[in-house]
Design a protein around this ligand. Structure first.
Ligand SMILES: Cc1ncc(C[n+]2csc(CCOP(=O)(O)OP(=O)(O)O)c2C)c(N)n1
Length: 351
């Protein structure tokens, strides 16, 4: 990605706030996701990955900027466009590629596939295929954090298509009412499959919906990793210290189709090309170079390392075994609970 392709840079003050080391980290994480997903697209075309596969290409600044504002003990949950989120929460490229290929070495032991990445031990709660279905789960995790006074923040991502689901309203209402430490982030990439925001939503300034719950509502340029970091940090601090939830609208754009089988007739090539001028990775590279925070050689070396990690992940996944057929029912549901209809308490209530 050359300088000529972009005269645009990240926000100055927010970049200063993020600092050199974290911006260098952000670049490596974002390029890591990008190269991984480009490889995944090739594996999909080769037939090694089957089923659904939704790429995050173009939206990397949202997940990476957010994660830089979180602590290791915090929680993250998202919808089905989840490869990038899994990678930044600590799943390895091998682990994610193996899951894409349905192999037993995947983070969900090959049971989940693209839409259901999962690593609860890393505070990553999926990967969910039902639009809006995971928003109540985020509210529940926030409730547990508050009830047990753990000081853990929950970040819940979803697409703008989820905002017209009842679960969104029910969840944010309870989070505001019960003062839960949850940061809800809508990744507004402007299209829910082939339906533009304007065709589906009576209100297009989505952050204003926060008013309905009496919680802070903020809009941020989701192509600028430094601004995403700043905005989420403020919201996470508010959640951790005052137990106040926030609703953030991150305006972004996906450069690829909705899924691997999208003919993309609903938008023009010119529109996509115009948006690519704000490619979040190009913005970081240009800013790092302008400030003298990274050299061309370093940027190139990081890019090469990302490509190598993706290729290594593919090799690992291809060589990994399929799940054993006799285990097919395992790891799909929680282990059976010891519960009897005569018991006076439900198994979910703490002593
Ligand atoms: C409850 C439900 N309805 C319909 C679908 C089919 N569906 C899959 S993705 C999608 C569009 C969602 O778009 P958005 O929430 O904006 O997320 P994006 O794909 O842009 O990340 C729909 C309608 C579904 N998975 N779940």
């Amino acid at each position: 990605m050359s300088d000529k392709e972009s005269q645009r840079f990240l926000d100055d003050a927010a970049t200063e706030d993020l600092g050199k080391d974290r911006l260098r980290d952000a670049y490596q994480q974002m390029v890591g996701i990008r190269r991984f997903e480009e490889r995944a697209a090739r594996e999909y075309a080769s037939g090694r990955i089957s089923g659904f596969c939704h790429l995050y290409i173009g939206q990397e600044a949202v997940a990476v900027g957010t994660n830089l504002a979180l602590e290791a003990k915090d929680h993250m949950i998202t919808a089905y466009r989840d490869h990038g989120h899994a990678l930044i929460r600590g799943c390895t490229p091998r682990n994610v590629m193996a899951e894409l290929m349905g192999k037993v070495t995947g983070n969900a032991r090959g049971r989940g596939g693209s839409m259901h990445m999962f690593a609860a031990d890393k505070g990553f709660h999926g990967g969910h295929g039902i639009v809006g279905g995971h928003i109540p789960l985020a509210t529940g995790i926030g409730w547990a954090s508050r009830y047990e006074k753990r000081g853990e923040v929950v970040v819940c991502f979803f697409g703008e298509g989820a905002l017209n689901q009842g679960a969104f309203y029910e969840s944010l209402n309870l989070a505001a009412l019960w003062k839960l430490p949850v940061v809800y982030i809508v990744e507004n990439n402007r299209y829910a499959m082939g339906t533009s925001l304007e065709r589906a939503s009576a209100v297009v300034d989505l952050y204003k919906k926060a008013d309905a719950f009496g919680m802070p509502g903020v809009v941020v340029d989701g192509m600028d990793v430094s601004l995403v970091h700043k905005t989420v940090k403020e919201a996470a601090d508010r959640a951790r210290e005052e137990s106040i939830p926030t609703f953030i609208e991150a305006r972004c754009y996906r450069f690829r189709g909705h899924s691997m089988s999208d003919p993309a007739k609903y938008r023009t090539n010119e529109e996509v090309e115009e948006r690519k001028l704000s490619d979040p990775i190009v913005l970081v590279a240009a800013t790092l170079k302008k400030r003298g925070w990274a050299t061309d050689e370093e940027l190139e070396a990081w890019d090469d390392a990302a490509k190598e990690a993706a290729a290594d992940a593919s090799d690992f996944a291809i060589e990994s075994p399929q799940p054993d057929l006799k285990d097919v029912g395992r790891y799909v549901y929680a282990e059976p609970l010891q519960w009897s209809p005569d018991a006076h308490t439900t198994p979910h209530v703490r002593d």
